[in-house]
Design a protein around this ligand. Structure first.
Ligand SMILES: Cc1cc2nc3c(=O)[nH]c(=O)nc-3n(C[C@H](O)[C@H](O)[C@H](O)COP(=O)(O)O)c2cc1C
Length: 306
């Protein structure tokens, strides 16, 4: 039997396989350098950037480990658009795979400003982070409203021909409604989920443990909820989905794919095992072979009723 076809297409972007590293996990593509060959993956999403540099939240604490996960409140620390283009992107583009830039802003115009500049580069796609729970303005404030999500997506769509991928928050009642609004506004794919709003309390000090007070929960703790979000969105939109949330092994990735994700992102797992994406990719390939499936696209959304 010939090897299964792992190719995934998102607009003009062709990925050699469905496994991705999501935004915020390894900075601008440099923080896990030497630990594994991330160029073998389908795409790498870089840390979210904004028009101006941001310092993020105070360092003590920005992350805390929780049962089967972690809560983070980095606060979108980033070097800003100009330094990103000058100092970070050229090296990131040396990875032998698709580089996806992630952008955020306080207004749709700020998103568009970043997208216009990125349109002139060799990045493969633009992810729109309308789902960060760790900033006061912008971020999740857009992603919790279908209309506001559509407004940001339209603003970015108007200034670029690169694939546009809004990243959704699970902190909503109806995530499918937000996805549909983004699709109508011109999204080429939908990425989900960002972290779940969360809080950890230091009872001796009677204060929140994170400097920001609250943060976002990621890791295996969120996986079943994230799979359900992907399932709901897959029922509602035609565009491809990049699914994520606590993927630790191939079985986890396959849950997302059967629920309707065309590609999967492996984030928090990298902190425990930098080779997790490669292990997961091998396991997905093995599953396709064992089930005599010709391609990954053949099993996307192939979940049967109970
Ligand atoms: C430390 C940390 C920083 C993150 N930073 C970003 C970010 O800058 N932009 C973004 O869109 N998502 C960010 N995320 C969310 C992840 O990309 C991903 O959506 C989420 O963690 C769920 O996947 P996981 O459970 O595999 O980590 C961050 C997550 C973590 C743990």
């Amino acid at each position: 039997m010939t090897a299964p076809d792992l190719t995934v297409r998102i607009g003009s972007m062709t990925m050699k396989n469905p496994v991705v590293v999501p935004s915020g996990i390894f900075g601008y593509g440099d923080e896990f350098a030497g630990l594994a060959d991330y160029g073998r993956l389908g795409a790498l999403v870089l840390k979210t950037i904004t028009r101006e540099p941001r310092a993020g939240n105070p360092p003590a604490h920005r992350t805390v480990e929780t049962p089967a996960g972690m809560v983070n409140a980095i606060g979108l620390e980033n070097v800003g658009l100009e330094a990103f283009l000058r100092d970070k992107l050229p090296a990131a583009l040396h990875h032998n795979t698709n580089i996806i830039a992630s952008i955020a802003g306080d207004t749709p115009a700020e998103f568009a400003h970043c997208a216009r500049a990125l349109d002139l580069t060799d990045i493969a796609a633009i992810e729109i982070n309308i789902s960060c729970p760790n900033v006061n303005k912008g971020g999740m404030a857009f992603g919790i409203h279908p209309d506001a999500s559509a407004e940001v997506t339209s603003a970015v769509r108007a200034v670029t021909n690169k694939p546009v991928i809004p990243k959704l928050t699970p902190n909503v009642t109806d995530i499918a409604a937000v996805a549909v609004a983004c699709e109508k506004a011109g999204a080429d794919a939908i990425s989900l989920v960002n972290t779940f709003s969360a809080m950890v309390i230091d009872v001796e000090r009677r204060r929140p443990l994170l400097a920001a007070g609250t943060g976002g929960l990621s890791g295996p703790a969120i996986r079943p909820a994230a799979v359900y979000c992907v399932y709901q969105v897959a029922q509602a939109v035609q565009v491809p989905i990049i699914g994520m949330g606590g993927i630790w092994n191939a079985n986890d990735a396959l849950e997302f794919i059967l629920a309707g994700a065309s590609a999967v992102a492996v984030g928090t797992a990298l902190y425990a095992d930098p080779s997790a994406p490669h292990r997961i990719l091998a396991g997905v390939r093995d599953y396709l072979e064992r089930h005599n499936e010709p391609s990954i696209s053949h099993i996307v959304g192939s979940l049967k009723p109970h």
